[in-house]
Design a protein around this ligand. Structure first.
Ligand code: GLC
Ligand code: CA
Length: 577
């Protein structure tokens, strides 16, 4: 197991969506016992496994699952669909035994409307828990909602509650009422939840939408999107040019500048308190899902670099265009913006966005592109997060509307089909049920599951899965890839290639990525010679020592060790071949 206060900087993380990973009892829903069965696949201590160091679990706590786990009715219990607290303890023990750390999803911007806290809160205006949530009177004789805020899915943020004749606030579904983070009792209750899981062996948390925790205390209405330019001038970090898309010009209520219902300064104090709790325990970590179009705002959630979140996803990388320069500039911007001590974290896929292999397109070249992305993810400076199935190139599944279950696609969103397509069951094998379940899976398997699965890729030396394994285990052996510095290399590099150096004491690695469908020849500057090929996405490739020019095939990426001192050469050659 990785140890030390900064283990999470060295770790490769893997996100499991529990419903879809492995079903142990044939009810079609993945569960904790199923996950335990598959831990060896993630890390059995040898390069025949993926070599994962930590898992972030999407929520498996008790709740009605209107938003599949993101609406929690009991923060301190496991939903019976997934197992029991005893299963959880076993999961932690079994994961730790394999050197895998356990990260839980902390969903505390809102609870489920079934949570006893909310049930009490809504029971009467003078209930002691009334103020644990956000209640407001209607406005005017027609009792209209208190302001124009829209929820993040679709529709208003306010729902009228007949019983006590007030509105309550929800930034997501109406079944997900927002907690009132200005109430100290709420903060204490959440702190208890955090301690409950830390005491039970969790190694940290992924924070669900922390930027939404605190809202404007005056509940001012948000400005419409077309006034955004004006708003940005007034915002503390408003220095980035606007990206106005056509949608926003329609002036629909959804398209507003979320000025007053997110990124409130008080949230930083909440996160500092959270950090102090984590720091009371040894070797804990956190990662936030802070979303902002302004990277400076995103970066601000690191605080000074060590007093708020340990990490925050930089989603901009996931949303880059397929262009070497776009990726390079994105990484450079983040490297520039982060405070000295802050540590980046990257991902290309998760349970909310279209799977990367489908999003980045490429048609028949999609697999080659997926390899290139994998190499980039595993060699940038920062902690990589792999989404389950990404390692076998699982694609977004296009489901007919009648099979959609995610509320975003099912009834809430007029434009998109929701997120079910990236949440389909893990494709373990070509058997019926995909090796995921002996029963009927809760969502259909992807149409390619017979061909594209773990069993097939385990038996093929050059599969994507084998490439992930190689790259991850190589990473573990090369400190330069983990703690080394990052520097882009631009001189003499063709516009469709992205090159960077990762350098640590006595070790210099050059990562070269070709984003084009054409072969590219690069002259290596004298100072990088001699060089040696450590890994290529086009395996196998002979290690060409001392070659001055580097020829990259279409969508090929590779890692070169450069400026190798001759005393080390023998040993390195042995390891790379
Ligand atoms: C986050 C989660 C998403 C969920 C939402 C509300 O964005 O990743 O799945 O629907 O928060 O909790
Ligand atoms: Ca099950």
């Amino acid at each position: 197991m990785l140890t030390g206060a900064d283990w999470w900087k060295k770790a490769v993380f893997y996100q499991i969506y529990p419903r879809s990973f492995k079903d142990s009892n044939g009810d079609g829903i993945g569960d904790l016992a199923g996950i335990i069965e598959k831990l060896d696949y993630l890390n059995d201590g040898t390069p025949d496994s993926l070599g994962i160091d930590a898992i972030w679990f999407s929520p498996f706590f008790k709740g009605p699952e209107h938003d599949f786990g993101y609406d929690i009715a009991d923060y301190c219990d496991i939903d019976p669909r997934f197992g029991t607290l005893a299963d959880f303890d076993r999961l932690v023990a079994e994961a730790h035994r394999r050197g895998i750390r356990v990260m839980l999803d902390l969903v505390v911007n809102h609870s489920s409307s079934e949570h006893p806290w909310f049930k009490e809160s809504r029971s009467s205006r003078d209930n002691p828990k009334r103020d644990w949530y956000i209640w407001r009177d209607g406005v005017g004789p027609r009792r209209r909602p208190p302001n124009n805020w829209r929820n993040h899915f679709f529709g208003p943020s306010w729902t009228w509650d007949e019983a006590t004749e007030q509105y309550y606030l929800h930034s997501f579904l109406s079944q997900q009422p927002d907690l009132n983070w200005f109430n100290p009792a709420v903060r204490r209750a959440v702190d208890d939840v955090v301690r409950f899981w830390l005491d039970r062996g969790a190694d940290g948390f992924r924070l669900d939408v922390p930027h939404v925790y605190c809202k404007d205390e005056q509940f001012r209405s948000n400005p419409p999107f077309y006034r955004r330019a004006k708003v940005e001038q007034k915002m503390p970090f408003g220095d980035r040019p606007l990206t106005i898309t056509l949608f926003y010009l329609f002036g629909l209520p959804e398209f507003q500048v979320k000025l007053f219902n997110q990124h409130h300064p008080e949230t930083h104090l909440v996160l500092q308190e959270f950090r102090r709790t984590l720091d009371e325990y040894p070797e804990k970590t956190s990662i936030g899902e802070v979303v902002s179009e302004n990277s400076q705002i995103t970066a601000s959630y690191y605080g000074s670099g060590s007093d708020e979140l340990h990490m925050n996803f930089f989603f901009e990388l996931a949303h880059c265009r397929w262009k070497a320069g776009a990726f390079r500039r994105c990484v450079e911007r983040w490297e520039r913006l982060l405070p000295e001590e802050a540590w980046p974290a990257y991902t290309f896929s998760n349970h909310d966005i279209v799977r990367a292999i489908s999003r980045f397109g490429g048609g028949r070249d999609a697999d080659a592109r997926a390899r290139l992305l994998a190499l980039m993810l595993l060699t940038l400076r920062g902690t990589p997060f792999i989404y389950y199935g990404e390692e076998i190139g699982m694609k977004e599944v296009r489901l007919p509307r009648r099979l959609l279950l995610d509320p975003v696609g099912k009834k809430w969103h007029p434009f998109h089909r929701g997120r079910d397509g990236c949440r389909t069951p893990m494709q373990w094998s070509g058997e019926p049920g995909g090796g995921f379940s002996a029963g009927e899976p809760w969502l259909p398997l992807g149409p390619e599951s017979e061909r594209r699965n773990v069993a097939v890729q385990e038996n093929s030396a050059h599969s994507l899965l084998q490439f992930y394994r190689k790259a991850i285990w190589l990473r573990k052996e090369r400190p330069a890839l983990i703690t080394g510095s990052y520097r882009s290399v631009v001189e003499g590099v063709p516009g469709d290639c992205y090159l960077y150096l990762r350098e640590s004491e006595g070790q210099k690695l050059l990562v070269a990525l070709n984003f084009s469908a054409r072969r590219r020849e690069l002259e290596l500057p004298q100072k990088y010679l001699p060089s040696r090929m450590l890994l290529s996405t086009d395996s196998p490739r002979p290690a060409k020592a001392n070659a001055r020019s580097l020829s990259l095939g279409r969508y090929e990426g590779c890692i070169l060790e450069v400026g190798v001192r001759s005393s080390q050469e023998g040993a390195l050659l042995a390891r790379s071949s």
